[in-house]
Write a protein that binds this ligand. Sequence first.
Ligand code: IVH
Length: 716
Amino acid sequence: MDGQAAKIRIEQLREILRENSRRYYVDNAPTMSDYEFDQLMHELERLEAEFPQFDSPDSPTKRVGSDLDAPVGANAESGARQGFVQRRHRYPMLSLGNTYSIGEIEEFAARADKSLDGMSFSYSCELKFDGTAICLTYKGGKLVQALTRGDGVQGDDVTDNVRRIASIPQQLHGDYPEEFEIRGEILMPYAAFDALNREREAQEEAPFANPRNAASGSLKLIDPEEVARRGLTCTLYHIPAESVTFDSHSQALDAAASWGLPVSEERRICHDISGIKAYIDHWDTARKFLPYATDGIVIKINELACQRALGYTAKSPRWAVAYKFKAEQACTELLSIDYQVGRTGAVTPVANLAPVQLSGTVVKRATLNNADQMALLDIRVGDWVFVEKGGEIIPKITGIDPAHRIPDAARPAFPDRCPDCGTPLVKAETEAKWFCPNQDGCPMQIKGRLLHFVSRKAMDILAGEMTVEQFFAAGLARTPADLYEISKYQLLGLEGWQDRAAQRFLDSLEASKQVPFERVLFALGIRYVGETTAKGLARHFGSIDALAEATQEQLLEVDDIGDVIARSVHDFLHDPAHLEQIARLRAAGLRFDGAGSDAALSDALAGKTVVISGNFSISRERMKDLIVAHGGKAGSSVSARTAFLLAGTKPGPEKLKKCEKLGIPVVSEEEFRQMLPDVVFSDGTDRAFPPQSASRSASPTLSGQMRQEEEQLTLF
Ligand code: IVH
């Protein structure tokens, strides 16, 4: 790879890793598996080592991922508290170097041997708990503070919530030091996780993807009572050596256990690599029987003098390493391959599989990413393939079983023309994907862009794949601006459209005119501009006009924006066709300036926690934004602290019952509207409450999900 190609790839990797780190730590909704994330991080580390001229202290390889509380609306967990107080860690909370290879564990041991020349040392082998990190401070035997890892330098103060976790003692006993810190992991055991998800589904709330997300979402809830109900537990595994005077890590933890702290019990001292390997082999299987999630093994040099001698890198200790287990796999038959064209024109091969069970769900389709990946796997139809899932992502094929190969099975040919419009595909040197260049004529791209525009996280317009297909086929819409010119008369001329459905669609179009600028910007579908980037750009520039006037250098001033995004935004906003689109959308009444969804509209709900249930004239997500915009907090379940339950049609019976029991008022949407003042803006609109539209359930299809994911996948 030459310098220029390396520079571009380094930047791409940094952007992907930053975006996914946010999804993981802040939104609690990862879209990439840990394995994939770690592989990209390792690729970046390798490139930075090979091309040190592009090194940067801001690189994700040098920084710990941050869980610091997200801005309003950015947290996937409803009722998540906004604005925890942030405090500095006395000692930075670092992460651990990790590997999936035993060979690299051997190298770690060999390095330690060499560096600790002559010093006698042993290894503490422990489980790697898959929850969310916590730092506890005890003073005079009392729990006085609990901070999340945050960005490693400062964390969110979640002390009130941590006090409600039964396994964490408020008061120690025995011979504890006057003041010390201890760190560990907050976990949600599988049983509590299953119960919570059953309850959430009964109350029409999105279930958590995994216990880790559930634990970190729960730790940041607004209501400590609710935290107490979530069944969280804790395991402690590290006392910063500066904090106490012991000779070894294991002594420190044994002492902590004697003070009443919940310290990991599965620790073992090993003296050599064969002991480490035996520990790994044992827990690779045995962990499946543990009541909580683990994702690997941590190996630490046990003697504190040796730890001090080895020290730290910017991001992790040199005296510890994590060996991570690979995600669960299933093996099934590859029936056929489809080639999907996304909204950016990227062509993604998607495998149709014989249905197979994987981590609790049935998998029928999986992504093959790109042509290179297919060639690397040397995949053939009829092969038995390994599928893996991680986070919430679409499963992917990671390998084939050569024992099942049918002799002479033909290699599938990656198409050289767009499977939709027949245009010859193109590929840039720095891209892994083939693209259909026919942006303005390729039906899949046109429909993909419309679908992205109407999606819930963008304009939240009541139209799915079928509707977009119908509009396109009838010649009613090719671009987002066309949607705003569709008349009721035209809708009624389409097959299956009745007056009610037409009105609901038009109402949702009308409501979309209140969508804040940052989401409009996301809806435009500028390449590489995901939700977070759109938010950053909207906040920095304040309006589309200011953004369009920005030079690439000015774009680079925005946090986390590198050359690739800057160029993409700049080019998009200098394309006359896009400018014409924007002008038409602006004329239709869309917001191209102004603050985000957390712009305060009034303080009518100040200090009130409102729980919502049922369906409303706007989506539940927007209803929660509205509560926050009027100074309230959106709670996730009814408790004594709930001000009232805002009940739409078909509210959850459990929630109603609880309100009755606790004497909490139940308020209808109409009554709620009346509680809010009419806020009149300079343009004469009333934005206190968007106009009525029908709500819609969100059940993304695979292709829908793929389009959302595409921004990320195209970078591979
Ligand atoms: S020791 C200075 N021990 O894994 C390093 N960490 O990927 C102190 N983790 O941030 C951490 N189990 O949240 C340590 N037995 C264990 C662990 C563990 C899980 C977490 C921890 C850390 C992350 C690194």
